[in-house]
Write a protein that binds this ligand. Structure first.
Ligand SMILES: NC(=O)c1ccc[n+]([C@@H]2O[C@H](COP(=O)([O-])OP(=O)(O)OC[C@H]3O[C@@H](n4cnc5c(N)ncnc54)[C@H](OP(=O)(O)O)[C@@H]3O)[C@@H](O)[C@H]2O)c1
Length: 368
């Protein structure tokens, strides 16, 4: 039976490309919050847990919303438009928290103003839009990262380290699902195609990213979905095949209370991630008898893997941004930009198969 090592090495990061002037280490990193919706609130509440961070300014479409947000979270500057926020010289990094369909415009605005950017998932609507932003950030030598906090989560990082060490055997199957019942108005961003609605881009991005963390890029993708009358995917199921012979099955839903769990099955045992798998409190490794891949081997004692998590876990993506800005790294090795674009390509392919189209698809066509 394969037991987990008693002494696990520290979680280390191999530095990314250093192309920017490092921020001073003797003062907090100053954040500018672009939008005042649900995730902006959750994120700012978590920044408050970090001495390394302060919120310098907030921007909203409406001055009243910016003022109310600033009062609630003690933010010194509040702007009634996004442009003034990105141009504030007291802002080091802009956190883009608008609906996906607006990410391209808002990330571009912040990069053009010379700011580092952390942008919420889904990074954009299409791979072409993501590629455009990545090229712009690289051209300007500016930091850019998708807010895929699961990749920075200590438990997920530990799991990747354990899998990479070979201690858990070879990953042959990944299964993951995410979603909940979305009981909202048709104009809500989750249901509105003009805002990038749909289960795939909002929820499916996590199980797909999870599969890619352990299996890399798929060579085959096959998807089915049920669409709303407005044309966004309410339920989607995706089968992925890899050159190694491994497979993955991921689903996302806006109509059902799915388990929100994940598992990795290897030739030596299984890892179970309880819900919500994308920020797990811990995971369990259940070893089976080595080499008995086809038989009915008895499972060994399940072994828990735990890590210290600060707050809900958004802290760890913020700390990764701080680490990169203080070392002058323009791309996080934990959330590589090329992986973000590759993931967007998978979502493009899935949407093409199930018939979900956004206006941005038109722009992405050659000559479009
Ligand atoms: N990482 C996570 O765990 C997580 C969780 C939830 C959402 N997200 C991501 O974060 C982004 C925002 O999600 P959310 O749940 O915070 O959405 P939300 O509550 O609807 O807030 C979005 C905000 O964007 C701004 N906005 C600008 N133009 C808008 C428009 N035309 N329609 C609606 N809002 C507009 C608004 O702020 P102002 O009025 O202040 O301008 C609005 O409050 C999405 O990309 C989503 O996928 C991530």
């Amino acid at each position: 039976m394969t037991s987990l090592p008693d002494d696990l090495p520290p979680l280390a990061v191999t530095p990314g490309p250093v192309r920017a002037q490092p921020l001073p280490a003797d003062r907090p990193v100053r954040w500018g919050i672009l939008a005042t919706g649900g995730i902006a609130r959750s994120f700012v509440a978590e920044l408050a847990l970090l001495e390394e961070c302060e919120v310098a300014a907030v921007g909203s479409r409406r001055q009243e919303s910016a003022d109310a947000f600033a009062r609630e979270y003690g933010v010194p500057a509040a702007y009634g438009d996004y442009r003034r926020l990105v141009e504030d010289p007291d802002v080091d990094v802009v956190y883009v928290a608008t609906p996906h369909a607006l990410h391209r415009e808002h990330v571009e605005m912040a990069l053009q103003a010379g700011k580092a950017v952390l942008c919420e998932k889904a990074f954009t609507l299409t791979a072409a839009e993501s590629g455009h932003l990545v090229a712009l950030a690289r051209e300007r030598g500016l930091f850019l990262m998708e807010a895929m906090w699961m990749r920075c989560h200590p438990v997920v990082r530990r799991l990747r380290q354990l899998v990479a060490s070979g201690a858990l055997g070879e990953v042959r199957q990944v299964r993951a699902d995410l979603g909940f019942v979305v009981d909202r108005a048709e104009t809500d961003r989750l249901l509105d195609p003009a805002l990038g609605g749909g289960a795939l881009l909002d929820m499916g991005v996590y199980p797909l990213t999870f599969a890619s963390l352990f299996l890399g890029e798929p060579s085959r993708i096959s998807a089915v979905a049920t669409l709303s009358s407005a044309g966004v995917d309410l339920d989607v199921a995706v089968a992925l095949g890899y050159d190694s012979g491994a497979v993955a099955a991921v689903t996302a839903t806006m109509t059902a209370w799915c388990p929100r769990t994940a598992s990795l099955a290897t030739d030596l045992g299984r890892v179970d991630l309880p819900g919500p798998f994308h920020h797990p409190s811990g995971v369990t490794w259940t070893p089976y008898q080595a080499g008995r891949v086809t038989g009915s081997a008895e499972p060994g004692r399940p072994q828990p893997v735990h890590e210290e998590v600060l707050g809900r876990g958004y802290t760890h993506e913020a700390l990764e941004v701080v680490r990169c800005l203080r070392s002058g790294e323009t791309e996080s090795p934990l959330v590589p930009l090329d992986d973000t674009v590759a993931l967007m390509r998978q979502m493009d392919a899935i949407r093409a198969q199930v018939g979900v189209r956004y206006d941005a698809d038109h722009d992405a066509r050659p000559g479009g």
